[in-house]
Design a protein around this ligand. Structure first.
Ligand code: FES
Ligand SMILES: [Fe+2]
Length: 419
């Protein structure tokens, strides 16, 4: 693009020209405080957001408190067995109703003046009630409910009363979630206690892009691919073996609504290949082959990654335009061979952990990008065009970025250049 064209696009947030294979996004999209405010309102307050797994709140009275989007939630399985989510805010003066991160309770008592709520969110009692007049109606002071739906054990919440249901929102991602979870059909899945939680000085969209981006893997994670994989894991696979054009099923697909999936060849053997004949009978040969030989990395718009390999569920939330909070959990079969569990955890920790080969290096690079983005001129653009004219986009192309950023622009209703 010459300078005249660049000038014509000065007010466009995304330039998306499929004919010429141009896809550019303004660097400001990653560091503008007004964009952050718009994202909270138009994206995080409207989309379904992954919040928890049902195994974390399995029994009546089990609860979790967790920040999801911009709000603190109390998620609880009521005495009636129903899962519910509430704002963790007392209806008296706004105190925090529950200050524990998780547990089992029959009621929740606000610290400030001891108003007490049931597991179904009703105001059960107030302290020193004789001073309230007869017009005081406890039924008017239930906790504020938040929409909650779950799909195959994954709990999502949504702050928008008018939004479509979860399954509609998930769109083509339903089939991918099924592929991932069918492998454990009939087995209870559980989130292992503990999670990797960290904040980083980079925009949340940078972390989302990075989580799906195989392009950086060879340069940033050199030691993992060149040393750790062959020497510790005993895996000798080249970039072409993992996601070259020679492999049949590899590639990234647009799943609708901003979601995408990337498939790469499996290199960790935590898959029970003995199930092949059972699966072939049930799902057919092609799907079984994909289940056994490929891993899926799923991006659920706006802020969730599910990496099948461990499996890992990771969310990220912006705390400002420049700061992102990220949490990663491992979802495992409740009963499994200890050696398989150990291998799973070693893989997860050695790459995603605080001393791992992945996360620390990614954070270093992303924080660098963030600092640099702020220094670029206001009309500077960054590129996400890789793979644009290819028939099949590979995991080290950037289709997943484009899918996410197009939806991001659509949700924010920002102007776009068509090229
Ligand atoms: S603020 Fe909760 S009881 Fe007063
Ligand atoms: Fe990385």
């Amino acid at each position: 693009m010459d300078m005249t064209t660049a000038h014509a696009f000065a007010n466009q947030w995304i330039i998306d020209d499929s004919e010429d294979g141009v896809f550019s996004v303004r660097a400001k999209a990653y560091c503008d405080p007004d964009i952050y405010v718009a994202e909270q309102k138009d994206i995080f307050d409207r989309c379904w957001l992954y919040a928890a797994h049902e195994s974390e709140i399995a029994k009546p009275g089990d609860f979790l408190t967790r920040r999801v989007g911009a709000r603190e939630l109390l998620m609880v399985r009521g005495k009636d067995g129903e899962l519910r989510a509430f704002l963790n805010i007392c209806r008296h003066k706004g105190g925090t109703v529950c200050r524990e991160r998780s547990g089992n309770a029959s009621t929740f008592r606000c610290l400030y003046h001891s108003w007490t709520y049931t597991t179904q969110g009703k105001l059960a009692g107030v302290a020193l009630k004789e001073s309230y007049a007869s017009g005081f109606d406890k039924d008017r002071f239930s906790l504020y409910p938040v929409r909650l739906e779950s799909y195959r054990g994954l709990i999502f919440i949504c702050y928008d009363e008018t939004a479509d249901g979860l399954k509609q929102f998930l769109s083509g991602a339903v089939e991918v979630l099924d592929m991932i979870l069918d492998q454990y059909e009939g087995i209870d899945m559980t989130i292992l206690p503990g999670a990797y939680e960290y904040t980083m000085s980079a925009n949340w969209k940078m972390l989302m892009e990075n989580s799906m981006d195989a392009y950086h893997a060879i340069s940033v994670h050199t030691r993992f691919f060149n040393d750790y994989m062959p020497n510790v894991m005993g895996v000798k696979m080249s970039r072409n073996d993992l996601f070259g054009r020679t492999s049949e099923h590899v590639g990234v697909r647009d799943l609708g609504n901003g979601h995408s999936v990337g498939e790469i060849r499996r290199f960790a053997k935590n898959m029970d290949a003995t199930k092949r004949s059972m699966w072939e009978e049930k799902y057919g040969k092609e799907r079984t082959d994909r289940l056994i030989n490929y891993n899926r990395n799923l991006l659920l718009f706006p802020n969730t990654i599910i990496a099948e390999q461990f499996p890992m569920i990771r969310t990220c939330f912006p705390l400002s335009a420049d700061v992102t909070e990220s949490t990663s959990w491992t979802l495992v079969p409740e009963q499994e061979d200890p050696a398989i569990r150990a291998g799973r955890l070693q893989g997860f920790t050695s790459f995603q952990g605080p001393g791992g080969f992945g996360t620390p290096d990614d954070i270093e690079v992303l924080e660098q990008c963030q600092r640099n983005c702020r220094e670029l001129p206001a009309d500077a653009y960054l590129d996400s065009s890789r793979g644009m004219k290819q028939e099949v986009c590979l995991p080290d192309d950037e289709l997943q970025n484009r899918v996410m950023l197009r939806e991001w622009r659509r949700q924010l209703d920002l102007p776009m250049g068509q090229g």
